[in-house]
Design a protein around this ligand. Sequence first.
Ligand code: CS2
Length: 523
Amino acid sequence: MIPRLSLEHLDALVSAPPTVRPPLVDPRRLSIGIVHLGAGAFQRAHQALYTEEAIAISGETDWGILAVTGRSDRVLHDLGPQDGLYGILERRADDNRLSVVGAIRAVASPTTSSLQIARVIAKPTTRIITMTVTEKGYAGAAHGTVDLTLPTIEHDIRVILDELAGRSTDAPSRTAPGLLLRGLFHRFSTTALPITVLSCDNLGDNGAVTRRMLRSLISEAHDEAARRDLAGAADRVARFQEWIASSVRFPSTMVDRIVPATSREDREIAERLVGMRDDALVVAEPFRQWIIEDDFAGPRPAWEAVGVTMTTCVAPYERAKLRILNAVHSVLAYLGALRGYATIRDAVADPLLVSAVTRMVDADIIPTLVAPPGMELARYRDSVLKRFANPALAHTTQQIAMDGSQKIPQRLLETAVDRVRSGDIPRELAFGVAAWIVFIASTSDRDGPALRDPLAEELQRAIGSSASLRGDPRAAADRLVRNAAIFPETLRASAPFREAVAERIPDVMALRAEPSDSSWTAS
Ligand code: CS2
């Protein structure tokens, strides 16, 4: 039987072919310095790799990672038996390479180990908490205020109150923000040493969003303590809040690497290369980029030595990436799905779709951007389309199409706000929103795909099926654009914007695949 990747079989990697790169450092020598919340494929293909490379250059072995699972505990079962080891299969048109990474030194699940995780966050040796919890992991803070009525958030605030009352409980934290707050509270209550929280999610100003999110949870805990008349607790919360303001840093970051879900084919390729089974394998494009605001509360890995850009101002990079790469990705995913394409590479092979998204970028997106140092925006647009066309990557349109209500605000709507404020009607961004609307409608049709979105029911109710949308696009556009949980005030109040969205719905409908037209079927 073929062995499974693990420390026990590490030495066998020396006889692997040259396209396989063993860990750059001996994983057994690493100790934990980073706690990562939301362990998933992206973190493994991005931050963990950069961190291992930085350790290899600096020789600082105290930057190993504790990976904390997110909503699913699958990572625990994939990485745990492999002692945290996994491969990154880099797929290009002409060849495949595999790096085995050993930077993740432990894996834990909040379901069984929340208190222990909070205690690791409190340890003096932990100096950074990184996060990839996806847009919806911020419980609403990304586009407004934290939804304190979510039962999971209410539960996590009760846990914090118990901690405040001196009753450390075994109760699991049920949200990433709750677990983060709990860990910080343990730190404040023990050594009170400074620490850095590094959000690596696709959100504008992700550092500020994270800080804002914690602040509103703490105010709620404060008010709840006061309401319950917990002696001294409200004062303690106020001191905790001050400590966060003075000792916790929240640098913003821009992260970039296309990491599709791992397929069976990827696993087979990797297994042939390494000669071992790897249940935690991730697959990625060759390109990767990480821009970090250099504002840390203490030491950090030597990321700047391995290609990470450390800067005082992340915003231009973040904006260009979200507004061009991610916006185009989402719109291609909706249009592609509507035209029957399973993957993004199929969608970018269709000249009609490429010209639609190019028009959107040129007419409505580039005019809102300031080019980051060394970047030419039209060239960036082309490079993004080229990356999407990588024939070896099977990134599915359905995967990118999920969670639109959480993604569309920073990918399309903030840009549209800028256009409206400068007196323009962003008809091409309206086309992008129309693509989302027609996609939502298709999910209510017979045999349509499922709508994977935390607001799925609400969205489907607003839009109805394709037939009802065709009958009255104006009413559907109006109902959606008036949704305050998604659309910023400027757009809700703009009749010309609502009108533009309604007008572009038939344009998207015209692009749809007709089941009878075989030339539209997926390749
Ligand atoms: C994608 C991103 O899933 C999505 O919504 O747009 O994950 C995208 O692949 C990354 O941001 C690329 O850096």
